[in-house]
Design a protein around this ligand. Structure first.
Ligand SMILES: NC(=O)C1=CN([C@@H]2O[C@H](COP(=O)(O)OP(=O)(O)OC[C@H]3O[C@@H](n4cnc5c(N)ncnc54)[C@H](OP(=O)(O)O)[C@@H]3O)[C@@H](O)[C@H]2O)C=CC1
Ligand SMILES: O=C([O-])CC(=O)C(=O)O
Length: 269
């Protein structure tokens, strides 16, 4: 019988806690081995309803305890979380996808040691079709994101450019550029655009617009792809989680990814 894959979770917020609860409820072939959070006592409290007791440890203590780590913490912590696992040839599931662009050395570490960085579909849609189209030739990828004001306020791009969206009455386009630029200007809001770009034609050729819309209650992402195998358009309207910047479906995407790791039937790319 195969032994269970020991899973560590770094960050126990809107995404991490849901994944911890799902692992505790049971995902065949996987077991929750350890978690990390900023406030250890609060994390222990949040985990107190779980059936099995799980150690809450410093980020540096996660790697010896687990075969795979799921990063669902602030983007700046990605290197600290990922490096020990990649150096040990293990897998790192990355939610803060934007941070990968600023940390090229992580890909090199994975290559050198036989580890892997996995970016789940997360809050987006259709990355299976985009990676398939990328096996042929993709001509263009355009993404438009519309978010309620509270899903965007405080982003560095808005602060640096003195763009005040607190009292807008109409939809306002606040950004037009590339996912590479958005990863810097919106590190906690546009990981989906970076994931899309990594699946398709990269962070410099993917075209991105961001709109703040005071009438919206959901985070809406629209994607249009032109390729030599297919033309497709996709829209996802995400219900925000406890964290207004993060869609509820994000944690579910990782849970589905974990469930497929050892499943006898695997659907989708
Ligand atoms: N790829 C995608 O599709 C998506 C990606 N994301 C990204 O996923 C990440 C997680 O999102 P979300 O769960 O909503 O974020 P939250 O803000 O809800 O949670 C972040 C967690 O990180 C923990 N944390 C903060 N500092 C440290 C530290 N020094 N050591 C250990 N843990 C720490 C916090 O701890 P504490 O609880 O103690 O404060 C908290 O539990 C974000 O980067 C977000 O941008 C989000 C949505 C979609
Ligand atoms: O991109 C992100 O990080 C989150 C997001 O838009 C969403 O949850 O809809």
């Amino acid at each position: 019988m195969e032994t269970s894959l020991r899973i560590a979770i770094a960050g126990l917020g809107a995404v991490g806690l849901k994944i911890a609860q799902a692992l505790d409820a049971g995902i065949p072939g996987c077991e929750l081995a350890a978690v990390s959070a900023r406030d250890r006592a609060a994390a222990e409290q949040r985990l107190s309803g779980l059936r099995r007791k799980v150690p809450v440890v410093e980020i540096a203590a996660l790697e010896p305890l687990a075969d795979l780590v799921i990063e669902c913490a602030p983007a700046a912590l990605l290197p600290e979380i990922a490096e020990p696992f990649l150096r040990a040839g293990k897998t790192v599931v990355v939610l803060s996808a934007g941070a990968i662009l600023r940390q090229d050395h992580l890909l090199e570490l994975a290559r050198q040691h036989g580890g892997q960085i996995a970016v789940p579909t997360g809050a987006l849609i259709g990355l299976d079709a985009v990676v398939a189209a990328a096996e042929g030739t993709i001509h263009s990828v355009r993404m438009t994101t519309r978010k309620p004001v509270n899903g965007l306020v405080g982003a560095p791009y808005l602060v640096e450019n003195n763009i005040d969206i607190a009292d807008i009455k109409e939809p306002l386009r606040i950004f037009k550029g590339t996912p590479r630029e958005a990863a810097v200007g919106f590190p906690a809001n546009l990981n989906v655009a970076v994931a899309l770009s990594l699946a398709g034609i990269g962070p410099d050729r993917t075209e991105l617009e961001i709109w703040a819309d005071p009438a919206m209650t959901r985070n809406v992402h629209q994607v249009e792809v032109e390729s030599d195998s297919a033309r497709f358009s996709m829209t996802i309207e995400n219900v925000p989680s406890e964290n207004p910047k993060t869609g509820r479906i994000t944690a579910l995407s990782v849970i589905a990814w974990l469930r497929r790791l050892r499943a006898p039937l695997r659907v989708g790319t």
